[in-house]
Write a protein that binds this ligand. Structure first.
Ligand code: UDX
Length: 460
């Protein structure tokens, strides 16, 4: 029987809440701390403040079993905890650096609360060296004569599969500076029965950025290749399939599309470039990934502009608003780059998303906006009815379920720009849809019209 520990978790966003719930699920006694009283009450009723499959079920189960509780009273949660995990937000500042103010506030609260020896574990994504700062802050502000150490334990969960990713993580990274801290973290994680990689604190902090930025780079690389595929008449999906058999490359994260979004990749790529610059180094590969991604997000809009010239007065169906399926998160979503461009031109947008609509309404309320307007609809068919053009930004199952023939039947002009390569090109062609996607030959008369005769001759 492994020992059960008393754990406190600061912050109840994706990182904190999911970690807290999963620690409770494997038997530890957990108290989640948040400053927002309404959120705490909600969670006590088994309601999750974030949209995440399977999370509420585990919240209710573990709350009923007395293994998890929620509070705004940080003192009571921290004072006798064996370990305090920090999972508060680390948003991006305008210059690309990381805002550590939430981490600092929580650290001071911990320093003034702890009454017994404990381990402070930084789970939030923080620049290399932050754990040292947290340790110094604790030393400066600690009140009681107790031993408090700091360790790093970055989180690798993806939104939409957060609970699964935590309970079945590929690896647990722990970054410690003492045997005591290493042993304690090993014991806390023992019931998960997962591979544990134990390194120094700074290496652990770096592993998080190096992993995320590598994945972002992989996507930008495929998007770059996709754009070249279009120019030379290759199909990026076939190219990816061919590449994927090489185990050194792997088969995941090779999907070209309309660019990566979310709360991690955009922030973590900027942060690493910023960190490198602070140390006098230019991180050229990651910088390139950022540049490619920026252009990729509006690539379909630019293609459509070349085809339609103007959107003024056109009915535009927008399918998918979130940055990926399985989440209501809009952060850095391609829809946020494209909708304002369409509105600026006077488009009448009919937007569909299975869960992201409410969040989108906060940014773009229903009705007239500038020269255009936004109307939110309850199913893809309502967006497509009478539309002149359709953009697909998210590969939700509800959107993938729309049959090629429906575009032809419902739209005035069956003209579709697909940022997620959902459809088979030939099927769309057979259905009579003019279909453009990413890195694949488009179904149109001007298939290779951007290659001039001179260029063709030069390559032959
Ligand atoms: C990511 C990492 O996967 C996770 O390990 C880390 O902790 C946080 O960042 P997340 O942002 O939830 O998780 O989503 P993910 O599924 O990784 O997708 C990120 C973005 O990349 C999405 O916009 C997605 O559409 C895009 N993507 C992903 C591609 O464009 N192509 C791919 O092949 C894979």
């Amino acid at each position: 029987m492994s020992r059960k520990y008393k754990i406190a978790v600061a912050g109840t966003g994706y990182v904190g809440l999911v970690a807290g719930v999963c620690f409770a699920e494997i038997g530890h006694r957990v108290t989640c701390v948040d400053i927002d009283e309404d959120k705490v009450n909600m969670m006590k009723h088994g309601l999750s403040p974030i949209y995440e499959a399977g999370l509420e079920e585990l919240m209710r189960k573990n709350y009923a079993a007395g293994r998890i509780d929620y509070t705004t009273d940080y003192k009571s949660a921290y004072k006798d905890a064996d370990a305090i995990f920090i999972g508060v937000g680390t948003p991006m500042l305008p210059d690309g650096s990381v805002d550590l103010s939430y981490i600092e506030t929580v650290t001071r609260q911990i320093a003034e609360s702890v009454e017994k020896d404990c381990l402070v574990v930084v789970k939030s994504t923080v620049p290399v060296g932050t754990n040292d700062k947290v340790e110094q802050l604790l030393k400066d502000f600690i009140i009681n004569d107790v031993r408090v150490e700091v360790s790093s334990n970055p989180e690798f969960l993806a939104q939409g599969s957060a609970v699964h990713d935590t309970l079945h993580a590929a690896r647990i990274i722990i970054g410690t500076e003492s045997k005591w801290a290493e042993d304690l973290l090993m014991k806390i994680y023992k019931p998960f029965n997962l591979p544990i990689v134990s390194v120094s604190r700074r290496s652990a902090e770096m592993i998080k950025y190096a992993s995320n930025d590598f994945l972002a780079l992989k996507i930008s690389y495929m998007n770059d290749i996709a754009n070249l595929c279009e120019l030379v008449g290759a199909n990026v999906q076939d190219v990816a399939r061919g590449m994927s058999f090489d185990e050194r490359i792997g088969s995941k994260f090779l999907n070209a599309g309309i660019g990566y979004g979310g709360s991690c990749f955009p922030k973590d790529t900027m942060a690493l470039v910023h960190l490198a610059r602070k140390h006098g180094y230019e991180l050229r590969t990651v910088k390139a990934a950022i540049d490619v991604n920026k252009d990729q997000k509006t690539i379909l809009y630019k293609k459509a502009c070349r085809r339609l010239i103007k959107f003024n007065g056109l009915k535009v169906a927008v399918l998918g608003l979130t940055y990926k399926p399985g989440t209501d998160d809009l952060r850095e979503s391609p829809s946020l780059d494209n909708v304002p461009l369409l509105l600026e031109q006077g488009a009448y947008i009919y937007a569909y998303d299975p869960v992201g609509t409410e969040n989108f309404k906060n940014k773009y309320p229903e009705g007239k906006i500038g020269n255009g307007s936004v109307t939110y609809v309850k199913c893809p068919a309502d967006a497509l009815k009478g539309a002149d053009v359709c953009f697909i930004f998210t590969e939700w199952e509800e959107i993938k379920a729309v049959k090629p023939a429906e575009y032809k039947k419902l739209m005035i002009t069956p003209l579709v720009y697909d940022g997620r390569n959902i459809y088979d090109i030939e099927e769309m062609q057979r259905a009579g849809v003019e279909y453009y996607s990413i890195g694949r030959p488009g179904v149109s008369l001007d298939r290779y019209n951007h290659i001039t005769l001179a260029e063709t001759a030069a390559t032959e």
